[in-house]
Design a protein around this ligand. Sequence first.
Ligand code: NAP
Length: 285
Amino acid sequence: MNNTDGKTGVLGLIGKPVEHTLSPIIQNMLAEEYDRNVIYVPFLVERDLPTAIRGAYELNIMGLNVTVPYKRDVIPLVCEIDSLAEKIGAVNTLVRTEKGYKGYNTDMLGLLRDLNVHQVGIKGEHVILVGAGGVARAVAVMCAENGAASIRIMNRTVERATAVADEVRNFGYTCELTACGLTDVDVIPDRKHLVFQCTNIGMYPNCGEVAIEDPNFYEKIHTGYDLIYRPAETGFMQLVSAHGGRAINGLGMLLYQGIIAFELWNDLQIADESAAKIAAVIGVE
Ligand code: NAP
């Protein structure tokens, strides 16, 4: 990072807030590992996203990650959008082109890659999503796209879960899509499911809190993936493990969304050994 010169390319993150991000650690380590003359910095965008994007382009910024609250708002500001990102309705990575920035969703590509690393498949799976926010909607599209047999969306606000199920169904996927409340554990068939915990319940400092307390729910899980990564073991993960399931946290998803963004910006493929080196530094298990 101290070797910047006239040719150093700038990459960055835009969002509000941006102070707690791990992305600069991931990106700057990758730059060093692959001997790229680039630097990655966080940019706090307080108010005016369109001006920030125009300014970034004029400043020759090579690429940007986009975080909360701008993943949806940035869509009208890109010149082109990847088809998966379009269906998901959220963009977290901008890649510079001659006409403007092209938008991608590397959050879901990163989740998919992390599942792959853990040898967790989606095809033919009965999937449950806990939560129906922006990320849950994205996970629903990703699971439908990758051949899940069924997807059940459980949420505190049932109407929101129903709306997500309807939207995803309207894309024409063949998988069965259903919605219910967080207490409707009895309506879930007695088979083992792949479950994604997509609410912010249990996130530091509220460690140990869970969206669903009913122990019967945890009996129906073979693998529980919590998109939260701080703490490393959430209350949801503890309950999944206590009932004999396999529990994974969301740090690998964060790592791989960054790795895929770096690959897009630099037009290269990150080797598994390099990914493992960074995983060890940021604490991926
Ligand atoms: P969001 O749009 O705000 O949705 C929040 C979800 O949590 C909604 O389903 C909401 O239910 C539910 N919820 C919130 N408080 C609740 C409570 N007290 N009781 C019951 N349900 C509650 O958030 P998001 O953008 O989808 O993000 C969700 C999670 O994904 C966050 O924890 C975030 O850290 C994580 N994430 C991880 C990564 C990664 O790389 N690992 C990347 C992105 C996001 P209602 O609809 O009823 O309000």
